[in-house]
Write a protein that binds this ligand. Structure first.
Ligand code: GRF
Length: 186
C-alpha cells in the first residue's frame, strides 16, 4: 500500500529541513536529488533518511531513474522542494503518486524564476508563496494553499526572499500533513 512522503530536491534543502524537523518528518520515506552535490542530501542523511540520486545524462533518462526509484518506495505523496526540473507529461502520467510543489509567489502571478526581483520591479505590495499540484505546465497546477505578506518600502530582493522562505518553512509541512491525512481517509 502507498505510504508516506518522498521529497525531491535539487539544492540547498531548507524546505526539506523544515519538513524533517516537523512532526511530518517521520512520514518521509526517502529523499531524492537530481544533483549528487545537493546540500539537502546531507540534511536527509543527518535525519537518517534513505537518499537516492538520479542524475543521468538526458532528461528522459533522469525521469526513468526517478520513476524506478519512486516505485521502490511507493509513497502516497511526492513533494518537490526546490526541485529545479520541469517534469514531462509522460513522467507525470507514469508517476506512482501525486506531486505537490511550493513556489515563491502568489500564483498564478510570477511563475518561474527570480520571483522576488520581479515582484519588486513590478511594485507589488503583496507577495508570498503558493503550494500547488504539479502538472506539465510550469507552476501552473491548481493552487492548494497560499500565504501572503506585505512588501515593505525597505524590502530588497534578499530580505523578501528571506521573509517568503520563513513562511514556506511553516506552511509546507502543515499542508503536506493535511494532504497525507486526506489520502489516508480516502
Ligand atoms: C524555495 O524558495 C521554493 O519555493 C522554490 O525553491 C526554493 C527552494 O529552497 N521552489 P530550498 O532548497 O528548500 O532551500
Amino acid at each position: 500500500m502507498a505510504n508516506g512522503l518522498v521529497v525531491l530536491i535539487s539544492g540547498r534543502g531548507s524546505n526539506l529541513q523544515a519538513i524533517l524537523e516537523s512532526p511530518l518528518g517521520e512520514q518521509v520515506v526517502a529523499v531524492i536529488s537530481d544533483h549528487p552535490d545537493a546540500a539537502g542530501l546531507a540534511i536527509a542523511r543527518t535525519h537518517n533518511k534513505p537518499v537516492a540520486v538520479c542524475c543521468a545524462n538526458t532528461p528522459t533518462e533522469v525521469e526513468e531513474q526517478l520513476l524506478q526509484t519512486l516505485a521502490q518506495y511507493q509513497p502516497a505523496l511526492i513533494a518537490l522542494a526546490g526541485f529545479m526540473r520541469i517534469l514531462s507529461p509522460r513522467f507525470l502520467a507514469a508517476c506512482c503518486a501525486p506531486l505537490v510543489n511550493i513556489h515563491p509567489s502568489l500564483l498564478p502571478a510570477f511563475r518561474g524564476l527570480n520571483t522576488h526581483r520581479r515582484v519588486l520591479a513590478a511594485g507589488e505590495r503583496e507577495h508570498g508563496c503558493s503550494i500547488h499540484w504539479v502538472t506539465a505546465e510550469l507552476d501552473g497546477g491548481a493552487v492548494i494553499a497560499c500565504e501572503k505578506l506585505t512588501v515593505s518600502n525597505d524590502d530588497d530582493e534578499e530580505s523578501l526572499a528571506n521573509r517568503v522562505l520563513a513562511i514556506e518553512h511553516r506552511l509546507y509541512p502543515r499542508i503536506l500533513v493535511q494532504l497525507l491525512n486526506n489520502k489516508k481517509e480516502q
